[in-house]
Design a protein. Structure first.
Length: 455
């Protein structure tokens, strides 16, 4: 009998040597694990760990996330479980059978701390100022806002404390870490030097805080602090100059040149243009008399007048010396006169439709009075005019001036137009047309119509 009982006792001891407890009395982290081996319990506990990303919440409630896959997070309970297993004496199984055993185990958490802190650095959590005793209040020049004041002394995040708290949170498998303002943010005491910078900025801002808007074609061109900041009066060393009242002021010469430079960017009077001719090839023009030409001198004076009288928020179209018919850099539009001097042809297009075509005679090449190749426009029109020059006076019925004394007009004294006539019997520079065609053209065009002349 005793031998049988002993056999059962020893048999149970060996049977449960690699398992937790006996009967139903072993609990780990509140879970009954009686009869399970360490690997099985480890798998069960790991299923309860669901930390796919770490969430960091700042005092304003903004959340920043770091995926745990990015930091090589690993969680394992085996070390703690094996310790419990090793502490069990299988020959004391009756004790475990009749007395409940409760254990609390913590996992071994490993991850790459450098990767974690690197990911945290990339988060916007550090986009603001970080606490540093050398932080100050400084004046900074920007492209669009002019001079701005940067206060690096208030609500500074304590990076070392935050990093320490984040590392602790991951080791504790916390899915959310909240950063309260009192613990993780500090402010510096504002020094006398910092206060002086604020006072200097106030004087700067009184000069640059002004806006003036030009309405140029389909654009609103705003002159504001970003430009005016460059026009504040300075000495030879680039330091701001104060008046007798200690105030800064505008350097009017800089402002005038600055306004002109801004407006020049939107002028098309001297740009390179590419024109597709009726004969099918592309003609390139450098400069010319056609295009948007803003009266820069007048506009500079107008700006200073409004600025000095503190009339802000102005929106207006600039005054033009001459203005293109179309918009943008392709500003010829679809209505223009084309003079092909190689073919001795004139074409008039209206809304990109050919309305008139005629042979012409242009300037005499042999006498060096050839008609210039350029883009210009009709700037004056007159009926029944006498054209005068050295040794001639010619009456014309239709006069359309395009470039100084050069214009388009009828030539009733001519019997032939087109061909090679211009090479030996050409005009003094004008474009001669049959009277009927000149009359048709005169009645279709107006002052401002573009004229494209080329060989």
């Amino acid at each position: 009998m005793l031998t049988a009982v002993g056999g059962v006792y020893v048999g149970y001891a060996y049977k449960f040597a690699d398992n937790f407890g006996y009967g139903l009395n072993t609990y780990i982290n509140g879970m009954n694990v009686t009869g399970y081996d360490a690997e099985t319990v480890n798998d069960i506990l790991l299923k309860k760990v669901d930390l796919k990303q770490l969430k960091i919440v700042d005092p304003d409630g903004k959340t920043y996330k770091v995926p745990t896959t990015d930091i090589d997070l690993s969680v394992d309970y085996l070390e703690s479980l094996n310790r419990i297993m090793a502490s069990q004496d299988p020959f004391k199984w009756p004790v475990y059978y009749f007395n409940q055993q409760n254990y609390k185990v913590e996992p071994v958490v490993t991850f790459d701390e450098e990767k974690l802190l690197s990911n945290v650095d990339k988060c916007l959590i550090y986009s603001g100022d970080v606490y540093d005793i050398h932080n100050t209040i400084e004046i900074v020049k920007t492209a669009d806002k002019g001079y701005v004041i940067k206060d690096h002394t208030q609500n500074l995040i304590c990076k070392d404390l935050v990093n320490e708290r984040i590392l602790e949170g991951v080791y504790n498998l916390e899915d959310t870490i909240e950063l309260d303002k009192d613990t993780y943010y500090k402010s510096l005491i504002v020094s006398t030097e910092m206060r002086n910078n604020v006072a200097i900025y106030d004087k700067i801002n009184r000069v640059q805080n002004y806006t003036y808007t030009y309405l140029i074609r389909d654009k609103e061109v705003v002159v504001g602090p970003g430009q005016i900041a460059d026009w504040i009066l300075t000495d030879e060393d680039g330091k701001f100059v104060s008046d007798s009242d200690g105030k800064y002021s505008l350097d009017e010469k800089k402002a005038e040149e600055g306004i002109k430079e801004i407006l020049r960017q939107y002028e098309t009077i001297n740009i390179t243009r590419h024109f597709m001719s009726t004969r099918g090839d592309e003609i390139t023009f450098e400069g010319g008399l056609y295009g948007d030409d803003i009266d820069e001198d007048l506009e500079a004076k107008e700006f200073l007048d409004k600025y000095n009288h503190n009339i802000t928020g102005v929106k207006r179209e600039p005054v033009y010396k001459c203005q293109a018919r179309g918009d943008g850099y392709d500003d010829l539009g679809g209505t223009y006169i084309e003079v092909d001097m190689s073919a001795q042809k004139l074409y008039y297009y209206e809304d990109n439709k050919l309305k008139l075509e005629t042979d012409v005679v242009t300037g005499n090449i042999a006498r060096r009075t050839g008609t210039p190749a350029k883009i210009c426009y009709i700037y004056y029109m007159q009926r029944n005019r006498t054209l005068r020059g050295p040794g001639y006076a010619s009456f014309v019925y239709y006069w359309m001036a395009v470039n100084g004394n050069i214009g388009l007009h009828d030539a009733t004294w001519r019997r032939r137009f087109g061909g090679d006539e211009y090479k030996y019997n050409g005009s003094h520079g004008c474009v001669n047309m049959p009277k009927s065609k000149a009359g048709e053209l005169y009645n279709m065009v107006e002052v401002g119509t573009p004229v494209v002349m080329f060989y």
